[in-house]
Design a protein around this ligand. Structure first.
Ligand code: CA
Length: 290
């Protein structure tokens, strides 16, 4: 179990041989490197599992909510209350852009890039206070725009296979929302409910989209990935031994693997990175184009 590109995987998630995170999050497959990146948020650490099974990690000096590849090479990390660049070759970290958030109140959480390379990333209040988060967009010109102020815990972001629908999760709403989306302009239509997920301490977290337009939603506190069909109806689950399932991403040379991050908490193997073959391939992640 050392080669993430070639190791045998089945439908059942198996632990992958990498360090355990306190709060593993934000997996993203970088096809150009045949490597998976993810973050351990409170550690401010970016992890990489390469196609040859090699593991490496870097600290960025602030809580790291999400990592995305950069079209010109290197990475961009939503960290602290802004965006930084990370050069894996040297470990160099440099500020890229800030936001209106205060580090005393909030930190960056989940994020993802659209087809045109705009980086959407949102914040959450340290105390998870309702209204304490904001969804931001970092454009390739490095300008930052508030998309949704006063959200709760800003989380999963994704797009439909035709890029005409954008999905968004505010975990405190127990809902996946959907908006019409123009990938050319980045214009976002009205936000409306797509599917209800969770209740009480069980909340929707990160998400990934498959090539059939199905959504794979990590369920924090629920010990599973919930698949939703393109109409938002429940359509299968992947059960995990850890309760706090945080996010997932498709990857592998054929985009047929699902990598699943978890966090410390109830159950077994919290904080472990898992992999499985969910039976349908996924959509590639887009790089930041700034
Ligand atoms: Ca999350």
């Amino acid at each position: 179990m050392t080669l993430p590109s070639t190791e045998p995987l089945g439908a059942e998630p198996v632990p992958l041989p990498v360090p355990v995170s306190e709060l593993g999050e934000g997996p993203v497959w970088v096809a150009a490197e045949t490597a998976l990146y993810w973050v351990d948020i409170p550690a401010g650490r970016v992890h990489r599992l390469a196609g040859d099974g090699g593991h490496a990690s870097w600290e960025v000096g602030a809580p790291a909510g999400a990592v995305v590849p950069r079209a010109g090479g290197g990475l961009v990390v939503a960290a602290g209350t802004g965006f930084v660049t990370l050069e894996p070759a040297t470990g160099a970290v440099a500020p890229l852009a800030g936001t209106t958030a205060s580090p005393a109140d909030a930190r960056m959480n989940d994020g993802a890039c659209d087809l045109a390379g705009r980086f959407y990333a949102g914040t959450m209040a340290h105390d998870e206070a309702p209204g304490g988060g904001t969804l931001y967009r970092l454009d390739p010109d490095r300008s930052v725009t508030e998309i949704y102020p006063r959200v709760g815990v800003s989380n999963g972001i994704g797009w439909s296979p035709d890029n005409r629908q954008m999905y968004y999760i505010d975990s405190l709403e127990y809902r996946v929302d959907v908006m019409d989306y123009d990938p050319l302009t980045g214009q976002i239509g009205e936000r409306r409910p797509f599917a209800a997920v969770g209740a009480g301490d069980v909340q929707p977290d990160g998400l990934a989209v498959d090539s059939d337009g199905g959504l794979w939603v990590a369920v924090w506190g629920g010990g599973m990935i919930q698949r939703l069909d393109p109409a938002g109806r429940p359509a299968g689950q992947i059960r995990l031994p850890a309760a706090n399932v945080t996010s997932c991403a498709f990857g592998g040379p054929d985009m047929d693997r699902l990598y699943i991050t978890t966090a410390a908490g109830p159950g077994r193997l919290g904080g472990t990175l898992f992999g499985c073959l969910p039976g349908v391939p996924g959509l590639p992640a887009h790089p930041f184009r700034g």
